[in-house]
Design a binder for this molecule. Structure first.
Ligand SMILES: [Zn+2]
Ligand SMILES: [Zn+2]
Length: 264
C-alpha cells in the first residue's frame, strides 16, 4: 500500500504540508521515494513531565515536533531514521496507559497514545515501515540503543548512593548509559558513547566501573567532571511548551484505501 503512494499527488501534497508546518527551521522532507504513512498526536515522556507532540511517520523516518498551532505550525523538529528504531510495548500503569518505547542509538523515550487501538495502529505501522526498510537495505536491526531517561519526578534522592536528596542546589543528573537519576558526586566520570555524542558523556559510578573493567574498551576517559559541566543535561525538547491541542483527534494513517482521509 505504501508503494502505491510513492508517486501519488496526495502524498506529495501531504509531505509538502508537513514541511510547511515546520517552516524554514525544519529539514526539507520532500525526497523521491518518501511516503507519509501517518500522523497524529502522541504524549511523549520528557524529563520533567509528559507532553503532547505531533508525530509524522514516513516510510524511512519518524519526525516529531512541538505543537504551536495544531495542523498549522510545529517547531523543534526531531528526525529519527527508522532503520535504527526499535519499539518496545509498555505495560499500562496508573496514569500511563497505551505506551511504548521508541529506542534509537542516540536517544530513547516513551510515548503514549490516547487509546489501546491507536497504540496498536501506531506500533503496527512503525514496525511495518522498519521491516520493509531493513528488507530493502539488507541491513540488520541496530542492536545498540540509548538508555531511557528516568523522569526527574521518579527520584527524590540519588538512585546510586540513595543518600543525596535533590534540591535546587543538589541538582539531578542522568547517566547516559543506564538512564538513572543520580547526584553529581555519583556521576563525576565521563565515558565516550559514540552513538550519542562525539564528546565524553556523564555516566553513573556503576556504569563507569563496568566500562573500566572491560580492559579492551578504549572508550572511557577517566576525566573528572569539569567544574562547569552541564553538557547535554538538557533534554533537547523538554521545554515548557505544552502544545496547543484543542481537538485531539485520532491519528490518520494513509493509503489503507485510495481515498483521501478528510482534512479539517
Ligand atoms: Zn549519589
Ligand atoms: Zn549508569
Amino acid at each position: 500500500m505504501v508503494d502505491k503512494l510513492v508517486n501519488s499527488e496526495a502524498n506529495a501534497r501531504r509531505i509538502g504540508l508537513v514541511e510547511g508546518c515546520f517552516g524554514s527551521a525544519g529539514q526539507p522532507l520532500i525526497v523521491p521515494g518518501r511516503v507519509l504513512v501517518g500522523e497524529g498526536v502522541l504524549t511523549k515522556a520528557c524529563r520533567k513531565k509528559p507532553k503532547p507532540r505531533q508525530f509524522f511517520l514516513f516510510n524511512d523516518l519518524l519526525v516529531y515536533g512541538n505543537i504551536i498551532i495544531n495542523k498549522k505550525k510545529y517547531n523543534k523538529q526531531h528526525i529519527i531514521p527508522l532503520e535504527e528504531v526499535k519499539l518496545k510495548s509498555l505495560e499500562d500503569e496508573a496514569q500511563f496507559k497505551n505506551g511504548w518505547l521508541i529506542c534509537t542509538r542516540g536517544k530513547s523515550f516513551a510515548v503514549y497514545a490516547a487509546t489501546a487501538t491507536e497504540k496498536q495502529e501506531w506500533m503496527a505501522h512503525i514496525n511495518k515501515c522498519i521491516d520493509d526498510l531493513l528488507k530493502k537495505s539488507g541491513k540488520k536491526a541496530s542492536a545498540e540503543h540509548a538508555a531511557v531517561w528516568i523522569p526527574d519526578s521518579e527520584a527524590n534522592t540519588c538512585m546510586h548512593c540513595k543518600k543525596v536528596q535533590f534540591t535546587l542546589v543538589n541538582r539531578r543528573h542522568h547517566c547516559r548509559k543506564c538512564g538513572v537519576v543520580v547526584c553529581n558526586g555519583c556521576s563525576a566520570r565521563r565515558v565516550l558513547l559514540p552513538a550519542q555524542s562525539s564528546k565524553p558523556l556523564r555516566v553513573c559510578n556503576s556504569c563507569f566501573d563496568e566500562f573500566s573493567k572491560s580492559s579492551n574498551n578504549a572508550n572511557f576517559s577517566s576525566n573528572e567532571a569539569k567544574a562547569t559541566d552541564s553538557s547535554g543535561e538538557e533534554d533537547s525538547d523538554d521545554d515548557e511548551s505544552n502544545g496547543n491541542i484543542q481537538d485531539a483527534k485520532a491519528p490518520s494513517f494513509y493509503g489503507a484505501k485510495e481515498e483521501e482521509p478528510e482534512q479539517i
